[in-house]
Design a protein around this ligand. Structure first.
Ligand code: PEP
Length: 249
């Protein structure tokens, strides 16, 4: 039985004080549940402060990015060891904004995922097609390549600790959500890919979550689908009311 995973990605929003206020309020109203896990991904600057607030609560911390080296002359970058030290359990890798605005390749995503695993974090490997790719009927070939290259050389033991996030780029921040049926079709495709590489039994353990304009109205119907094991939430995770409704779906 896969536990649902709900992650709120705050992107470049919220000061430390705003993050602390939000985390206090969110954790105050949420008790541990066997069927779901919740994490928030604030900006790097708020991680350490939130680790103190969330300690002993059922809400985990997720970073939004990681570098592939452990340390060194990489100005502006943060390593997995540092993120673990700051209190993170998860880290997003290959978010479409990183791919689109910062030119991250599948190879970069793979190096980041493997460094996260080496450093003791669970990578949330994001994949998804653009609108042009969908309209050109390239969705499955794009996803197959992102998965093959992004998960390259990730061992069976490590894939157990990894999460795949299907985030169609056309649905991120646009208000256009994939229907539960559209999303399930792709999640099923991703599960089949994982089965071919890791075997049926192991693939059945790996969580594949959906992201793209998730809100309190659609979260439940998306997660009701067999292969949708949670949601990655951007805009709706910035507001206490809406994120609360989503985690209590
Ligand atoms: C995201 O940032 O991963 C995301 C899915 O954003 P939104 O929910 O705003 O579409």
């Amino acid at each position: 039985m896969r536990r649902a995973l709900i992650i709120g990605n705050w992107k470049m929003h919220k000061t430390v004080a705003e993050s602390v206020e939000f985390a206090r309020a969110l954790s105050g109203g949420f008790t541990a549940r066997a069927d779901r896990e919740v994490a928030i991904a604030p900006p790097f600057t708020a991680l350490h402060a939130l680790a103190a607030i969330l300690k002993g609560t059922p809400i985990d911390l997720c970073a939004q990015d990681v570098h592939w080296e452990r340390e060194g002359a990489f100005t502006g970058e943060v390593s997995a060891t540092m993120l673990l030290d700051a209190g993170c359990r998860f880290v997003l890798v290959g978010h479409s904004e990183r791919r689109c605005f910062f030119g991250e390749s599948n190879d970069d995503v793979n190096r980041k995922a493997r460094s996260a695993l080496r450093g003791g974090l669970s990578p949330v490997v994001c994949v998804g097609e653009t609108l042009d790719e969908r309209e050109a009927d390239q969705t499955l070939s794009v996803l197959r390549r992102q998965l093959k290259e992004g998960l390259n050389n990730i061992s069976a033991d490590d894939i157990r600790r990894s999460i795949v996030a299907y985030e169609p780029v056309w649905a991120i921040g646009t208000g256009k959500t994939a229907t539960p049926e559209q999303a399930e079709e792709i999640h099923d495709f991703i599960r089949q890919f994982l089965e071919r590489v890791y075997g049926k039994e192991l693939a059945a353990e790996i969580r594949v979550i959906y992201g793209g304009s998730v809100n309190p109205e659609n979260a439940g119907s998306l997660m009701a689908k067999k292969d949708i094991d949670g949601v990655l939430v951007g805009g709706a995770s910035l507001h206490l009311d809406s994120f609360r409704k989503i985690i209590h779906y």
